[in-house]
Design a protein around this ligand. Structure first.
Ligand SMILES: [Zn+2]
Length: 324
């Protein structure tokens, strides 16, 4: 049986959740690549990152450990410590220069080191540099390694990682959540899908999710993804979300219309935020939420954000500002 496809905009939106966030040119990270790409691990987190991955597990497209020049050149016995972990510059580790003072004090060129340009062993060099320009001294930026347009960025932030199976499961669950929008059917009809195709597709996704344990309603409710009526909600404000939001752009602030043109009203929302030492891009931790609510929560977490909001309201009341 052929499964009817989704409208392109929604299909792309779900697909893109398998990719990392955008990175600008001045950082070491790759821009919008699959979450199973080569990960960059800061040295102090090396062991935690592997432990959290699970026993016997590894990163599907490898890893590069980033070492600061201070760690490498100042800590006695550091290279022995690296060797014990089977880490070697140029093989699976790189020196990472990100400040002018590091560049001056531990200059890699004077030490006959080369910039790396390969994400797999051998990395083709021992260091990578992203030193910003200084306007005061008029010094230009230093971008060495992984800076060609075809090879921009050394890898992804390790906490954005998910393996291909997890990516697939999350995409399936995110579509399942979409179909739980109270007006999903109406909106899909408006977007040009045929009634029969809607029913077929929805049933197919629900069957797939049931088989893979991705549609546990209680779990989705306690995770703030669906409400007790089983409808899709925004994890912060708990308002039921409209499927329309997947097809509408956020009203642009005047003067910056161009900048965020691709931002729709509903975005991928991580219930537990992505942070170092955890892999939170996984089923039952992803929802669709308001663009604005997502921005408010940002990297703080939902609970902390709600506490802060409560305090803000209480303080306003104390000072005589009341809401009706
Ligand atoms: Zn919201």
């Amino acid at each position: 049986m052929k499964i009817p496809s989704l409208p392109k905009l929604l299909k792309n939106k779900i697909y893109k959740t398998g990719q990392t966030r955008g990175a600008d040119d001045d950082v070491i990270f790759q821009n919008r690549v699959n979450r199973n790409s080569t990960v960059l691990i800061p040295y102090p987190f090396f062991e935690t990152c592997f432990q959290m991955l699970g026993k016997g597990m590894t990163f599907q497209n490898g890893f590069i450990v980033l070492i600061t020049p201070e760690e490498y050149f100042e800590i006695s016995g550091f290279q022995n410590d690296m060797a014990k972990k089977d880490l070697y510059l140029g093989k699976n580790a790189l020196l990472f220069y990100y400040s002018r003072s590091q560049w001056t004090k531990y200059n890699p060129i004077e030490r006959n080191l080369s910039p790396a340009n390969n994400r797999n062993n051998p990395l083709g060099g021992e260091y990578v540099a992203r030193v910003p320009a200084t306007t005061a001294e008029g010094e230009s930026k230093i971008h060495h390694g992984f800076s060609d347009s075809s090879l921009k960025g050394a890898g992804i932030r390790v906490y954005e990682y998910a393996n291909s199976e997890t990516i697939k499961a999350t995409q399936l669950q995110l579509e399942y959540i979409f179909w739980q929008c109270f007006d999903a059917k109406t909106v899909m009809l408006q977007e040009g899908m045929q009634e029969l195709d809607i029913a077929t597709r929805k049933q197919y996704i629900e069957d797939e999710c049931l088989q893979s344990f991705l549609s546990d309603k209680v779990k989705l409710q306690t995770s703030r993804i669906l409400n007790t009526q089983g409808n899709a909600i925004c994890p912060l404000c708990l308002e039921e979300i409209s499927a329309r939001g997947f097809f509408q752009k956020v009203a642009q602030a005047e003067g910056r219309e161009v900048e965020d043109l691709t931002v729709t009203q509903l975005n991928l929302f991580h219930i537990k935020e992505l942070r170092m030492g955890e892999y939170n891009h996984k089923p039952y931790n992803l929802a669709w939420g308001h663009h604005h609510c997502n921005i408010v929560v940002k990297d703080t977490g939902i609970e902390e954000t709600l506490l802060w909001m409560y305090e803000v309201i209480e303080r306003n009341k104390e000072q005589g500002f009341d809401f009706h």
